[in-house]
Structures are given as structure tokens and as C-alpha cells.
Design a protein around this ligand. Structure first.
Ligand code: MN
Length: 252
């Protein structure tokens, strides 16, 4: 799908494609502003090195909640890299059945991550909240005052009232094409204020047809959301760019 330059993919695992370097290059050449999230702090250096020379790609320092059970000892490594980055993710909580055993540990790690980011100031976080929206929002409220950094809720699947609470806490939302596949997801996406909206692919975990989605495919998400907002896709893409600009500037 060909889109225009300047689209936003605010949550993509570029290092999980078979060829990381060419995935970075493709994002750069297609002019898609891409946040390359990581799942462990050990992946930070390579992601940061590949992103550093680009105009459109930025790396984020993560410790994925689904890996906390085996990787919580990497929290000190995460901490040591924090001064090198404005962007943090993927972090958050996952209370799904496969990860529930580590939920208490996940909460400790997430509280620590939020506190460190708030203390440092100016960070932008991409946050996972599967089956844990209320607990994630409780943590943000307690540990991340909105003047100390910004939270983007990635693939948000909470309730409408949780969404409203997130908006009141100053959160943004990055929406991917999988969220638009059912009525519940669509209903939630329609409730996101236009000025808090970002787009993402969550590649390579989301499929585009029979292949893993890639950053330029984010155009289909822009088109699909635009339909429900009485905006042209191009006007919506411009609005999303404005949102990103505000998000990044506000968190300095
Ligand atoms: Mn992800």
C-alpha cells in the first residue's frame, strides 16, 4: 500500500524482522516516522545504533512485561541506558493467563520504570496494558505525573470508562489495524479524541494479508480511522503528525 511520507508507526519491533537493518532502511526510505520498540534492554544498543543515523527511525528502551519473569534482573541494565534515550518501550503490564504468574513482579518493575522516567523527566513511553488497563492507569496516576513525561497506550483494549480515565490522565493512544477488525475495537477507537490519536503497526506481530505488517502499511490504518472521523486520510495523517509533534515537544 502506498501512502504519503510522514506517516507515523509509533510501535514497531523492527529488530524482530528477519533482517533488522533492512527493516530500518525501509522505514527510512518510505519516510514513516517509526518508533523501534525493544523487548529487552540487551537489544537497546543495536537498535539505537541502527536508528541513530536516520531521520525517521527512533529506538525505544524496553523491558516487555511478558519477559519480566525471566528478565527482571535486566532492570539495572535498563536503568543504565535510560539517560541515552527520550523513548521508552515496550513496557507495561500483562495480566493474560500466560503471564499472570509474574503479575506481582511485573507491577514492581513497571512502578520502578515509571518512577525512573518521572525522575528523569521528558520521556515518552509506549505502554502495553493487556487485561490490566485499570492497574496500568493506577500506576501512571501514582508514578508518572503528566508534567514529568508522556504515556502512549499501545493497542489499548480496556473499557470505554478506562479509556476516558486514560484521556483525563493525559495519555495518547497508538492504534493498529488489528484493533479495527471487530465492533468492540472500532467502538473504542472511535472514542479516542482526535488530538490524542497516533498510529502503529506492532509489526511483525500483526499480519497484513498473509505477511507480517511493515511500517508503510500503517497507511491502511489511517484510511480506516479517517472513515469514522469525516476526514480525508491525508488530513488525518497531518493531524496525527501534529499530535506526535505536540507529544514530543510537551515532554521535553
Ligand atoms: Mn509490541
Amino acid at each position: 500500500m502506498t501512502g504519503e511520507k510522514g506517516l507515523i508507526d509509533f510501535h514497531c519491533h523492527l529488530d524482530l524482522y528477519p533482517d533488522h537493518a533492512s527493516a530500518v532502511k525501509e522505514a527510512e526510505l518510505s519516510g514513516v516516522y517509526t518508533l523501534a520498540v525493544t523487548t529487552t534492554p540487551k537489544a537497546w544498543e543495536r537498535n539505537n545504533n541502527l536508528a541513530r543515523g536516520t531521520r525517521y527511525v527512533r529506538a525505544a528502551l524496553g523491558l516487555h512485561p511478558q519477559l519480566v519473569a525471566e528478565r527482571s534482573h535486566e532492570l539495572s541494565l535498563w536503568e543504565s541506558y535510560l539517560p541515552e534515550t527520550r523513548y521508552v518501550g515496550e513496557v507495561g503490564l500483562d495480566a493474560g493467563p500466560r503471564y499472570y504468574a509474574s503479575f506481582e513482579l511485573q507491577k514492581k518493575v513497571f512502578a520502578h520504570i515509571l518512577s525512573s522516567c518521572a525522575k528523569a523527566g521528558g520521556k515518552v513511553l509506549s505502554v502495553h496494558s493487556i487485561r490490566s488497563a485499570t492497574t496500568v492507569l493506577d500506576h501512571i496516576e501514582e508514578y508518572m505525573p503528566s508534567d514529568r513525561g508522556r504515556v502512549v497506550l499501545h493497542w489499548f483494549t480496556g473499557s470505554k470508562s478506562e479509556l476516558k480515565r486514560a484521556v483525563d490522565l493525559g495519555c495518547y493512544f497508538s492504534v493498529n489495524q488489528s484493533m479495527l477488525l471487530n465492533e468492540r475495537g472500532l467502538d473504542l477507537v472511535r472514542a479516542i479524541p482526535t488530538d490524542r490519536l497516533l498510529t502503529e503497526t506492532d509489526g511483525p506481530f500483526v499480519k497484513h494479508g498473509d505477511r507480517p505488517v511493515r511500517p508503510p502499511d500503517v497507511w491502511v490504518t489511517v484510511e480506516a480511522i479517517a472513515v469514522h472521523r469525516a476526514l480525508s486520510p491525508t488530513a488525518l495523517a497531518t493531524q496525527i503528525r501534529t499530535n506526535l509533534k505536540r507529544l514530543v515537544e510537551a515532554s521535553v
